[in-house]
Design a protein around this ligand. Structure first.
Ligand SMILES: Cc1cc2nc3c(=O)[nH]c(=O)nc-3n(C[C@H](O)[C@H](O)[C@H](O)COP(=O)(O)OP(=O)(O)OC[C@H]3O[C@@H](n4cnc5c(N)ncnc54)[C@H](O)[C@@H]3O)c2cc1C
Ligand code: FES
Length: 332
C-alpha cells in the first residue's frame, strides 16, 4: 500500500473493472493514468493485471493513446407508463435493439432523466426486463425525491444513458453458477433487478428458491414478469422476527450454493449474518447500493473504502461481496 498527497490510501491490490475488455474500454481513467485494472495505465512500468482476454494497454495504444467512444444519451420513447402503486411506476421504453441486448444481463442499469432537466438529474435505474427483438426495456421506479419526481412527469420521451453493468456485486459468482441450488432474497424496489438475475440463473439450469419481501410499500410489482418462470416462491416479511426465523430455516435446510440478496445494505447484512452461521461457505451476491452520478469512475460520488482501506469507485469496480459490506463510505 502507498499513500497519495491527500493521505488517502491507494491500492496496490488487483481490482476488477466491470468495463474491462468491453467496447467502452479504455475509458477516461486510462487517459488520466487512473485505470482500475491495468498497472501500465496507472503509471507503473510493469505489467500486473487480472488478465481477462484483452490487454487494456494494447487497446489504448491501438486507439492512439485515447479512450474509446463513451456511452451516449439517447431519447427513449415511453411506450407505456403504468402506476402499479401510488409510489411505483413501471416504464416500458423503446430503445435500440442493440441497447436492449446489451442491457439483458443481471446487474444492468441505465441513467434516466427527464429530457427537460439538466444532467445532474440523471438517476440510476435497474433494468427489470429487456426485449432485444423489439428493442424495449422495462424499469420500475420508486418515486422518492427530486430526480424520480422529475421522471414521473415524463409522458412520451425520456433520456436514457447506458449500458452500465455494475448493479450487482459478485457477478462472476452469479454468472458461473450452473446446475446448482440458488436462493434469491429480495425486498421492496430491489425486486426489479431480481427478474433478470432469475432469468439468467434459470438459463444456467439452476434450481431456484425466491424469497419475496414486499417491503414497506407492500407491493410485489414483478408478478407478471416472473409468472412463467419455473421457481419456488415464498413471501415473507423479513423485518419481523417470524419472517427472519422462516428465512433462517430455509437457509439452513436448503443446501444452497449461491445466495443473492437484493435490498438495502442493512438487508444484505441480515442475510449475510444468516449464511455466516452455516458450516459451508456459500457464494454471496448482492445488489450494488452505491450513490452513482457519472457511472464512469470519474466524479467520485460512489467512492467507498474496502476493509483494507482501499478506496474504490463502486460504479465500475467488482468487489468481493464481504469486502464491500465491511468497507465504509469515504464520505460519511
Ligand atoms: C445501480 C442502481 C440501480 C438502481 N435501481 C433502481 C430501480 O430499479 N428502481 C428504483 O426506484 N430505484 C433504483 N435505484 C435507486 C435510485 O437511483 C434512487 O432511489 C434515486 O436516485 C433517488 O433519487 P431522488 O432524487 O428521487 O431521491 P433523493 O431524495 O435524492 O434520494 C432518496 C434516496 O435515494 C438515494 N439516492 C439519491 N441519489 C442517488 C444516486 N445518484 N444513486 C444511488 N442512490 C441515490 C439516497 O441515498 C436516498 O436514500 C438504483 C440505484 C442504483 C445505484
Ligand atoms: S459514479 Fe462517478 S465515479 Fe462512480
Amino acid at each position: 500500500m502507498i499513500a497519495n498527497m491527500e493521505g488517502c490510501i491507494l491500492s496496490t491490490e488487483r481490482l476488477e473493472c466491470i468495463d474491462a475488455g468491453s467496447e467502452y474500454c479504455p475509458c477516461y481513467l486510462a487517459q488520466t493514468n487512473e485505470c482500475i485494472t491495468c498497472s501500465h495505465l496507472q503509471g507503473e512500468d510493469f505489467c500486473d493485471c487480472n488478465w481477462r482476454g484483452v490487454c487494456i494497454y494494447q487497446e489504448f495504444y491501438w486507439c492512439s493513446n485515447k479512450k474509446k467512444d463513451q456511452r451516449e444519451v439517447i431519447k427513449g420513447k415511453i411506450i407505456e407508463k403504468k402506476m402499479v402503486h401510488e409510489e411505483i411506476m413501471i416504464l416500458k421504453i423503446a430503445v435500440t435493439k442493440t441497447l436492449a441486448r446489451q442491457l439483458k444481463h443481471p446487474g444492468a442499469y441505465v441513467f434516466l432523466r427527464d429530457w427537460q432537466s439538466p444532467h445532474f438529474f440523471d438517476v440510476p435505474m435497474s433494468i427489470m426486463d429487456a426485449d432485444e427483438q423489439k428493442g424495449e426495456i422495462y424499469i420500475a421506479v420508486q418515486i422518492i425525491g427530486a430526480k424520480t419526481k422529475a421522471l414521473l412527469a415524463c409522458e412520451d420521451k425520456i433520456l436514457v444513458k447506458g449500458p452500465y453493468w455494475n448493479g450487482v456485486l459478485g457477478l462472476k459468482n452469479l454468472k458461473s453458477t450452473k446446475k446448482e441450488k440458488v436462493l434469491l432474497v429480495s425486498r421492496g424496489i430491489a425486486l426489479a433487478p431480481s427478474v433478470l438475475a432469475l432469468k439468467h440463473l434459470l438459463k444456467n439450469k439452476n434450481k431456484i428458491t425466491f424469497v419475496i419481501d414486499p417491503g414497506k410499500l407492500h407491493a410485489v410489482f414483478i408478478k407478471n414478469y416472473i409468472k412463467d418462470l419455473n421457481i419456488e416462491t415464498v413471501e415473507l416479511n423479513l423485518k419481523e422476527e417470524k419472517g427472519l426465523k422462516h428465512l433462517e430455516k430455509i437457509i439452513k435446510t436448503g443446501n444452497y450454493d449461491l445466495v443473492y440478496s437484493a435490498g438495502s445494505d442493512r438487508f444484505h447484512k441480515r442475510v449475510e449474518n444468516q449464511i455466516n452461521q452455516l458450516d459451508e461457505k456459500v457464494k454471496f451476491v448482492i445488489t450494488n447500493n452505491s450513490k452513482m452520478c457519472c457511472g464512469e469512475g470519474v466524479c467520485g460520488a460512489c467512492s467507498c473504502k474496502t476493509k483494507n482501506g482501499t478506496i474504490v469507485k463502486m460504479c465500475k469496480t467488482q468487489l468481493e461481496v464481504r469486502e464491500a459490506l465491511e468497507g465504509g463510505k469515504v464520505n460519511g
